[in-house]
Design a protein around this ligand. Structure first.
Ligand SMILES: *[C@@H]1O[C@H](CO)[C@@H](O)[C@H](O)[C@H]1NC(C)=O
Ligand SMILES: *[C@@H]1O[C@H](CO)[C@@H](O)[C@H](O)[C@H]1NC(C)=O
Ligand SMILES: *[C@@H]1O[C@H](CO)[C@@H](O)[C@H](O)[C@H]1NC(C)=O
Ligand SMILES: *[C@@H]1O[C@H](CO)[C@@H](O)[C@H](O)[C@H]1NC(C)=O
Ligand SMILES: *[C@@H]1O[C@H](CO)[C@@H](O)[C@H](O)[C@H]1NC(C)=O
Length: 495
């Protein structure tokens, strides 16, 4: 980016600062009125003051804090709709007797009876087996020959699978059956399921987070959710997720959430934004995993970005079966702004491995798992040797079988604005630096056309909300609430 542009920006900013100081003072007094009227407290950032910079930010905070003009568009950047007691710093206090970010989590074996033993002696995955067919199958066997029963139960009896499930136990979902897993004909169900740990960093992707929690609620044992009081750019930000968590927004899954708090900004992160980008994953994994008790070598670690939602059945397979190889990728359906702008192909991200591999190969650092260069990591060959297997990467799904969703920039226009201004310094060009790109009507135009900030408008295949794997089930089940992600609302207005 040019120096001249920078100096122009600085000059503009100087003028703005004066104006904003005035506006800021106005707004603060306004806010106090507002607070008194509605019994809400201010965010942490609003309570500090004095320097020009802070005043500037205060103004921004106030802007976010006021209710959106469109009330149907719930404004989650404003936490004022939450009935909360804040402390003098504008922070929701920790529950009595403990700090949320210092809690530990004890992993326990999952006693859910995923498999059932049929009368004919087969072990069938409950959900994947056609139970009605199973009992008639059983009768048929008895009629045949009593002598064969023992052998039959061991070798011949198979579970009659429902559509979408495969293998002798009907526990292999289509997305694994059609994947490149070399050992898929040999995999065996486990007696005790593995425990699954899902680690994510969160910024303001709360709708996607709800979809993840609903999608994975019964297969993930603990969600490590990391939030920082710094944006990826290094600005101060409120702990939105923490507020929501303490205010009951995630009560249905709270017992599985371990909150990770990144309370510092890495050295050099401002100059090179990728440092923060990596560091978020490193901190998430190191801090989160260190607070888990009872971890076993064969537990599964899955790390995602907040906008990457794995399909439940693939993760369930990792939980219930032995003999798959690692690291494990996930082929995800790619879309922009919502699920309606689907992009060609899939995004295959290395996302999962066992706890053993995480620590022996990746040194307990989740960012290393996401890189494709594990062959060259010291310790890989030794670890491979210790498993007695050749480790080849495989990915759940295939280029034509989606095993998850990667929904980029899937927000309402305001959310896109917020993502722009909090983006790290490194993903150049940094569109948030250009005021015309932050303009809400410009953002709405992008959503309408599927265009990108560089002016390009890619080709998209047609989509239909009824198509297979269109969006996570939670969104489809609550269609009206999440219509903005399922249909291009701006395209409709223009017609
Ligand atoms: C806000 O309301 C709560 C009860 O909902 C009350 O306990 C508290 O004192 C109120 N705070 C202010 C500043 O009025
Ligand atoms: C069961 O199978 C074994 C070989 O696997 C065979 O030797 C045996 O005769 C079979 N038993 C019956 C009852 O068919
Ligand atoms: C972030 O939180 C830490 C710990 O509470 C605090 O020391 C630090 O000043 C905070 N940073 C900002 C920018 O608020
Ligand atoms: C692999 O394991 C065998 C024994 O299981 C051992 O003799 C050999 O040195 C190991 N190789 C490496 C590279 O660790
Ligand atoms: C945003 O863009 C529209 C259309 O180009 C323009 O009318 C409007 O003034 C812009 N708003 C701001 C805040 O710059």
């Amino acid at each position: 980016m040019g120096r001249s542009l920078l100096s122009v920006r600085i000059r503009i900013r100087k003028h703005k600062v004066f104006l904003m100081c005035l506006l800021g003072i106005c707004a603060v007094s306004l806010l106090h009125y507002y607070k008194a009227l509605h019994n809400i407290s201010l965010l942490q950032e609003l309570s500090s003051s004095s320097t020009h910079l802070k005043t500037l930010k205060m103004f921004r905070g106030i802007f976010w804090n006021f209710p959106a003009t469109d009330h149907s568009q719930q404004d989650f950047y404003s936490l004022s709709h939450l009935k909360t007691q804040y402390d003098s710093n504008g922070i929701v206090p920790d529950p009595p007797g403990e700090k949320l970010h210092e809690r530990t989590f004890v992993l326990q074996d999952d006693s859910t009876p995923f498999f059932i033993h049929t009368k004919s002696g087969a072990v069938c995955f409950h959900e994947g087996t056609d139970m009605a067919a199973s009992s008639s199958h059983h009768r048929l066997l008895q009629h045949n020959s009593k002598d064969d029963t023992i052998n039959a139960s061991k070798k011949v009896v198979q579970c009659p699978c429902r559509q979408g499930w495969h293998g002798p136990h009907c526990g292999i979902p289509t997305i694994v059956y059609h994947s490149n897993l070399p050992s898929k004909s040999k995999v065996q169900p486990r007696k005790v399921p593995r425990r699954v740990i899902n680690a994510i960093n969160v910024n303001h992707e709360f709708d996607l987070l709800h979809a993840r929690f609903h999608e994975l609620a019964d297969v993930v044992d603990v969600f490590l959710v990391c939030e920082s009081n710094y944006t990826a750019y290094g600005d101060k930000r409120p702990l939105y997720f923490r507020h929501l968590l303490l205010n009951g927004a995630f009560d249905y899954i709270k017992h599985k959430i371990l909150f990770v708090f990144l309370d510092h900004f890495p050295v050099g992160g401002r100059e090179d934004g990728w440092i923060m980008d990596d560091y978020l994953r490193t901190y998430l994994t190191k801090n989160g995993m260190s607070r888990i008790e009872g971890l076993k070598a064969d537990d599964v670690f899955v790390i995602n970005d907040a906008d990457e939602i794995p399909a439940r059945d693939g993760i369930l397979f990792l939980k219930l079966y032995d003999d798959w190889t690692e690291p494990v990728g996930i082929h995800m359906r790619k879309s922009l702004y919502g699920f309606y702008w689907r992009q060609f192909g899939t995004l295959n991200i290395l996302s999962a491995c066992t706890a053993a591999m995480l620590f022996k190969v990746y040194r307990g650092d989740g960012i290393l798992l996401r890189r494709r260069s594990y062959y060259s990591i010291p310790g890989f060959r030794e670890y491979e040797n210790s498993t007695g297997r050749i480790l080849v990467p495989w990915a759940i799904g295939s280029p034509v079988h989606y095993a998850g969703w990667h929904c980029s920039w899937c927000f309402k226009p305001k959310g896109i604005y917020y993502k722009l201004i909090s983006a790290q310094n490194g993903d150049f060009p940094r569109w948030g630096d250009y005021s015309e790109k932050r303009n809400i009507s410009y953002i709405e135009k992008l959503i309408r056309t599927g265009g990108w900030f560089d002016g390009s408008v890619p080709n998209y295949p047609p989509t239909d909300p009824k198509e297979h794997m269109y969006a996570p089930k939670y969104f489809l089940d609550n269609y009206n609430k999440f219509r903005y992600l399922l249909e291009n609302l701006f395209a409709k207005e223009k017609r």
